[in-house]
Design a protein around this ligand. Structure first.
Ligand SMILES: NC(=O)c1ccc[n+]([C@@H]2O[C@H](COP(=O)([O-])OP(=O)(O)OC[C@H]3O[C@@H](n4cnc5c(N)ncnc54)[C@H](OP(=O)(O)O)[C@@H]3O)[C@@H](O)[C@H]2O)c1
Length: 303
């Protein structure tokens, strides 16, 4: 089975490589991977050419413009990468019959709800990043929704042992400062990119086995948290496993006391229950997944 992984150096890309199964439904995986240097999503010709040449059975698009605040001043580039490139992928895959696994975000929602969002809930993004991801979803579905060639997986608050994510930022800040003020009125679910990668491989296996599932999917780890809860858990678990020995004070603050360029939803937890039950996957609580990632950081001396 030929799989093309686009965005091999991102959090999700690295986790997909780390969790690559030996085979999927009895088929050996022939994995081709690209970095930004090897395939630039802002150049449409490159996006089409690689598909027509390599003829993948699956294209996993783990690349995206993910800098939420910077996107406000880089609108054109954000749309090119998050909306136009996925549409080019979808068109080329329709021609050759390959399948697209694409990722989207909880930031497609406005956060005015207090129950986890279902895939049937209306989108209403608050920032350019969210708008570009919605446009990406819409363009892909316009091209592929009548086929069985697409899965769009929305996820939330992705982090991993690597990269410039919340966990690594908090660890660095905790080492530098005695007190940290962290937003406590934005709530969603921290999701380990390892959990998402494993889910992605299980989803492909289910597609190979002919299991029916919807085109649009929600996946996150279990439970909910505010950024404050998340930061507090990093401190607590990091101390517990001996990753560090810190007594940083973490104080909750409101979003309006921490101005950012992009607005963010107050509540954007995703309801993953339908998909997890369809695939018979037991969701793990985000704190369990966080402990595993902090252990990975400890064992690889990243931090
Ligand atoms: N991070 C989150 O909190 C979060 C939350 C919800 C959903 N998601 C979605 O989950 C997916 C994976 O996110 P992630 O956190 O793994 O992202 P990430 O770590 O920021 O990685 C994104 C990757 O995309 C690549 N990329 C950016 N511009 C590119 C271009 N023009 N051409 C080719 N590659 C380009 C980057 O390349 P370089 O390595 O060269 O920079 C990077 O490897 C994305 O679709 C994202 O929207 C993320």
């Amino acid at each position: 089975m030929k799989v093309l992984l686009v965005g091999k150096n991102g959090q999700l890309g690295l986790s997909l490589i780390e969790t690559l199964p030996v085979d999927i439904a009895g088929k050996t995986v022939d994995l081709k991977m690209t970095s930004r240097e090897e395939l630039d999503l802002s150049i449409p010709n490159q996006c089409e050419k690689i598909i027509l040449e390599y003829q993948p059975d699956y294209l996993i698009n783990a690349a995206a413009y993910t800098a939420v605040d910077l996107a406000e001043s880089q609108e054109k580039l954000t749309y090119k990468i998050n909306a136009d490139a996925p549409a080019v992928f979808a068109k080329a895959l329709k021609k050759i019959g390959g399948k697209l696994i694409h990722f989207s975000t909880d930031y497609v929602f406005d956060g005015n709800q207090s129950l986890p969002y279902k895939t049937t809930d209306l989108v209403n993004p608050l920032n350019t990043y969210g708008l570009s991801k919605v446009q990406g979803e819409e363009k892909i579905l316009e091209i592929l929704s009548s086929t069985e060639q697409v899965k769009i997986i929305r996820t939330s608050w992705l982090y991993s042992a690597w990269g410039n994510n919340f966990v690594n930022k908090i660890i660095n800040l905790m080492k530098l400062k005695k007190t940290l003020k962290i937003v406590s009125d934005q709530v969603s679910t921290p999701t380990s990119s390892i959990s998402l990668a494993k889910f992605c491989w299980s989803l492909i296996k289910s597609m190979e086995e002919g299991l029916k599932s919807s085109n649009l999917i929600h996946f996150s780890d279990a439970g909910i948290a505010s950024w404050y809860d998340f930061a507090y858990a990093v401190l607590e678990i990091g101390n517990d496993i001996g990753l560090f020995n810190l007594n940083t004070k973490i104080l909750p603050i409101k979003s309006d006391a921490y101005e950012t360029l992009a607005l963010r939803p107050a509540f954007s937890a995703l309801d993953s229950s339908l998909m997890l039950s369809q695939l018979n996957i037991e969701p793990q609580h985000w704190r369990i997944c966080l402990r595993a990632v902090l252990n990975e950081i400890k064992n690889s001396n990243i931090s």
